[in-house]
Write a protein that binds this ligand. Structure first.
Ligand code: AMP
Length: 393
């Protein structure tokens, strides 16, 4: 249902209204804090009474995301619902939508949850993508290899994140094994992009149709997990503007209310190709928390609550560094002692390998993001370590 045709009012929520957030992780935590800053109360639906979001929320409903009784009780207790992760069912959002507005809508979640529907939607909207094909069986697998050439990438359509659920296929002899190694089918085959870098744009759209975009960030990954975002992405101004225009076009086509992260590849010739969209606050937008007067979480809550969206001013350039797992957490005392490191910790009990525990923002005067060496210097204890594992000396 479109924003304009919703049977719920799109009027701004009054102070002390209740924002329901489905999901109890760090994105919910930071959204709840943003809600509190605007005088709202956050009510979290989660299964984890001690999770990151529950720790800072006004109220918590404990329940499974497919428990219709819990969903109904939750929806009746809030004025609007949003979500902070994508592995809930869109059916659950439809259930919630009987009682209050759900922003972004379940229809948008449905598109973003499935690579095939995402690519179909984006292709129909004339958004540039890497060449792709649906792979449903052996015939379409071989047709994809013919069309895309080697190497290409096979990806699962659902629940693939942080580089999981994909296989690179370099030659015909690997086709069947790659197909069998990924489940469930159907899969998506994607042409290998001659990849220069990955950027992402956070775009927000309000109930009145106003759209706002933050500057693109440049993302780099470690072990398939976002490691560092540089903002603004050091790309030509024209590329940054094109990236923002694509993000706005997607938000408008989706009839978005709330925030959306748009991940894009830049290929070696400067082309932009959209990789994924995520209708929620995004790790690659965390730099806005310290570099912008109104950050991605403030914007998201404003949009969800029907408040006006101010321009996305940026007073500083920024580097965001994730703190992942026990190795990064071992550096926490040093991070705290490093001048200029702005720490954000998510309140997770155990620092398991690969788990996002927090992040650090480092600010630079507007327009003076340093080069690679300067960034490593600023990262201090969090700088990349030279590989000394095999060094017996
Ligand atoms: P994804 O799970 O789609 O976000 O992909 C994870 C990572 O794999 C991306 O950040 C890229 O580094 C790489 N990747 C994914 N798709 C492609 C592609 N079509 N061409 C080149 N690299 C890709």
């Amino acid at each position: 249902m479109s924003a304009s045709s919703s049977r719920f009012s799109s009027a701004a929520l009054a102070p002390n209204s209740v924002i329901g957030i489905v999901g109890g992780g760090q994105l919910g935590r930071m959204s709840a804090v943003a809600a509190a800053k605007l005088g709202f109360r956050a009510h979290i639906l989660t299964q984890d009474a001690n999770g990151p979001a529950a720790q800072v929320a006004h109220q918590v409903t404990l329940g499974a995301y497919d428990d219709h009784q819990a969903l109904e009780a939750f929806a009746r207790a809030v004025d609007v619902v949003t979500f902070e992760f994508e592995n809930i069912s869109a059916d659950a959002l439809d259930c919630l939508a009987q009682y209050c507005p759900v922003r972004p809508s379940g229809a948008i979640l449905r598109i973003s949850q499935d690579r095939l529907s995402e690519k179909t939607f984006l292709s129909e909207a004339d958004i540039p993508l890497a060449p792709w094909m649906a792979v449903t069986d052996h015939a379409s697998l071989h047709a994809a290899a013919d069309k895309l050439g080697f190497p290409f990438i096979l990806k699962t359509t659902r629940n693939g994140y942080d580089g999981k659920g994909q296989a690179r296929v370099y030659e015909a002899s690997q086709l069947e094994d790659a197909f069998a190694s990924l489940a469930p089918h159907p899969l998506v085959a994607e042409g290998m992009v001659d990849f220069a870098c990955e950027i992402s744009v956070m775009v927000v759209r309000g109930t009145d149709g106003t759209t706002r975009c933050f500057a693109p960030g440049l993302n780099s990954h470690r072990d398939g997990i976002l490691d560092v975002t540089l903002a603004p992405a050091p790309v030509p101004e024209e590329t940054a503007e094109r990236a923002q225009a694509l993000a706005v076009a997607i938000a408008e086509k989706l009839d978005l209310i709330g925030i959306l992260g748009v991940e894009m590849f830049i290929d070696s010739t400067g082309n932009l190709l959209v990789n994924e969209i995520a209708p929620r606050p995004h790790n690659s937008g965390h730099w806005t928390m310290d570099a912008c007067p109104t950050d991605q979480f403030d914007m998201h809550i404003r949009a969800v609550a029907g408040l006006p969206l101010p321009p996305t001013l940026r007073h500083s350039d920024a580097v965001m560094k994730n703190l992942v797992g026990p190795d990064d957490m071992a550096l926490w005392p040093e991070v705290l002692a490093t001048p200029g490191h702005i720490p954000h910790l998510y309140g997770k009990a155990a620092a398991r390998v690969g788990r996002k525990m927090g992040h650090v923002n480092i600010l630079f005067p507007y327009g003076s993001l340093p080069g690679a060496l300067g960034i490593q210097d600023a990262l201090g204890p969090l700088a990349e370590k030279p590989d000394t594992e095999n060094d017996d000396a």
